[in-house]
Design a protein around this ligand. Structure first.
Ligand SMILES: [Zn+2]
Length: 318
């Protein structure tokens, strides 16, 4: 089952806070995201298509309760995959459609959209019902394991704007793009998607998404730590290889025992323990020495080796 289906199944079980006002807000959300504003002038009907039987039942009974109208219901099975079923709840006659639209002040099949319908979205309960219905009818959400993306599409540009504005009040960042005349309001940030699911009442889906987010975050920070440690290790190994080379040079050209007393011990230790960290080397010294002290002595050895190389170059030039 896709994450979208999971969220929608849960939303269909959410009960409305106040039947009287919220039912209308729900019908409004469904109608504005249905195909009412289709460019196809021949299809003068409102068709709400869903793969979710519970949602089809819910729209049907809500429209019947509020307007006393029984929409038609069509069930279609795709011929290839018998399991794939889609339900259409259809308002077939203009008379029925107008009865509902008149209530919301929306003009059907018009290029122009008005925002008169927002007067039905004043109460918090109704805003939530509207957003839930719009998502149920025109929305989808990606599997959070793959990516964070939630969208609601509508042919009504005012509807897309209203969704954006309603969610801005909750601090949710919505962007709108147009795809072939369809307005798509979408949310990208994981945190914003969690907030949206909370508003529309998909609480179990929200918990599941939070779990995925926590796991993802953990995986990322573990990777960051591993990468960082690998980089540090590489740096340490490179430095150690250079130090060993330099000490070998000193050994062959002048002999380690000709070095100042404080450098003899560290030079011998480094030769013996090529992979030891600065701290480990410091612990082996008598008396013990801190990391920066060890680093200082090793750098002195680097300088001496560099000087020896310079001298050797000068001699060979002569
Ligand atoms: Zn309400």
């Amino acid at each position: 089952m896709s994450f979208s289906t999971l969220v929608k199944d849960e939303l269909c079980r959410v009960e409305l806070q106040h039947d009287a006002c919220c039912m209308k807000a729900e019908v409004l959300g469904v109608i504005l995201t249905g195909n009412l504003f289709s460019n196809d002038k021949n299809s003068r009907n409102v068709r709400m298509v869903t793969e979710n039987a519970a949602f089809a039942r819910r729209i049907y009974s809500t429209i019947r309760k509020v307007y006393g109208i029984s929409p038609e219901v069509a069930i279609r099975r795709s011929s290839k995959l018998k399991k794939h079923v889609s339900y259409s709840v259809i308002l077939a006659s203009m008379q029925l459609i107008n009865k509902i639209l008149y209530d919301f002040g929306i003009s059907a099949f018009s290029e122009e959209s008005s925002n008169r319908f927002t007067k039905h979205l004043k109460r918090v309960c109704c805003k939530k019902s509207f957003l839930r219905a719009a998502f149920l009818s025109g929305g989808s959400i990606s599997d959070p394991e793959k990516t964070y993306h939630l969208e609601i599409s509508t042919r009504n540009n005012v509807c897309a704007q209203v969704i954006k504005e309603l969610l801005a009040d909750y601090g949710i960042n919505v962007k709108i793009i147009t795809r072939k005349g369809i307005f798509v309001a979408y949310i990208k940030e994981g945190e914003n998607i969690v907030d949206f699911l909370n508003i529309i009442g998909a609480h179990s889906a929200l918990m599941e998404l939070e779990n995925v987010r926590i796991l993802k975050d953990m995986r990322n920070s573990v990777n960051r730590i591993v990468n960082c440690e690998t980089a540090n290790l590489e740096k340490t190994v490179n430095a150690s290889v250079r130090q060993v080379d330099n000490i070998r040079l000193i050994q062959s050209v002048m002999g380690i025992d000709k070095l100042p007393e404080n450098l003899v011990e560290i030079a011998n230790l480094r030769l013996e323990y090529g992979e030891a960290s600065l701290k480990e080397l410091g612990d082996m010294l008598h008396p013990r020495l801190g990391k920066s002290g060890v680093n200082h002595r090793l750098r002195k050895l680097d300088e001496i080796a560099d000087q020896l190389r310079d001298n050797m170059k000068r001699i060979s030039v002569k």
